[in-house]
Design a protein around this ligand. Sequence first.
Ligand SMILES: NC(=O)c1ccc[n+]([C@@H]2O[C@H](COP(=O)([O-])OP(=O)(O)OC[C@H]3O[C@@H](n4cnc5c(N)ncnc54)[C@H](O)[C@@H]3O)[C@@H](O)[C@H]2O)c1
Length: 311
Amino acid sequence: MKKILVTGGAGFLGSHLCERLLKDGNDILCVDNFFTGSKINIAHLMASPYFELMRHDVTFPLYVEVDQIYNLACPASPVHYQFDPVQTTKTSVHGAINMLGLAKRLKARIFQASTSEVYGDPEVHPQPEDYWGRVNPVGIRSCYDEGKRCAETLFFDYHRQHKLEIKVARIFNTYGPRMHPNDGRVVSNFIVQALKGEELTIFGSGQQTRSFCYVDDLIEGFVRLMNSRAELTGPLNLGNPGEFTMLELAEKIMKLTNSKSKLAFKPLPQDDPKQRQPSINLAKHELAWEPSVSLEDGLKETISYFRNTLR
Ligand SMILES: NC(=O)c1ccc[n+]([C@@H]2O[C@H](COP(=O)([O-])OP(=O)(O)OC[C@H]3O[C@@H](n4cnc5c(N)ncnc54)[C@H](O)[C@@H]3O)[C@@H](O)[C@H]2O)c1
């Protein structure tokens, strides 16, 4: 049994990760400041003697004893990370410094939830890990994009300078139950709008594409990467390479929810990438990992979750 710290453990991905690690027979310490996370996301785990919840902000140092650290703490959706952009950068950068300091003291392996946003609005499709990206350093998304880029830098410097065992995953759009219902992410937006019979908001022409990974597939990738050979540091892309336009996604969701909603077209937000698609050759080769849940099956699970929560 390993003692595992999950920061941001009460959030969307964190709660699924805690659940999985607990099921695998580990002892979990979930740390969260509940900025976007919620106790409801982990309420079903609270009865276990091997699950512990701690309210803490990762921008402050943390002194605990664990064997592994998954660092997920950070608001992930534009509406939340742009609400207090200074705090977003602090969470990424000071949070990384604090968690890396903890890992250094404990000689613990540490995983970083990085993001496809480090590629910015890319000129290369799909994006391989050795592509350096095209990020605006002074835009409204920069607090998140540059914060995450700086966190990656810190992880690699701790690795080179202090020989820390690091695992950096670049996560692409992921969806599933326990997404925040109104955080502006396209899958939850469309589902909530369709279930409420409201218009589905399409930004721009709707021809921009995204790839969508179901949460269970992603969490499997996290666990495999964390437990991979010591030399494998990443960065490693985790996501689903299947590409869909926003119009295609809207149509699928309308069909699965039997919705009669109409589409409402709005202007594209600043620095919105036109296309984002992971190259997952490295994950396939190193972890024998690739997504297995189809968009249709994943959407059904997610729709059923939102049907229950919106009641
Ligand atoms: N969901 C995705 O598609 C996606 C894509 C790329 C990267 N990521 C990364 O994965 C991680 C988890 O994302 P998510 O989708 O679960 O988002 P989320 O907002 O649901 O979860 C983030 C969690 O971190 C907590 N948190 C925020 N600031 C904190 C702080 N200062 N101290 C302690 N806790 C703090 C929040 O309360 C929340 O529980 C994030 O680091 C995000 O950047 C997610």
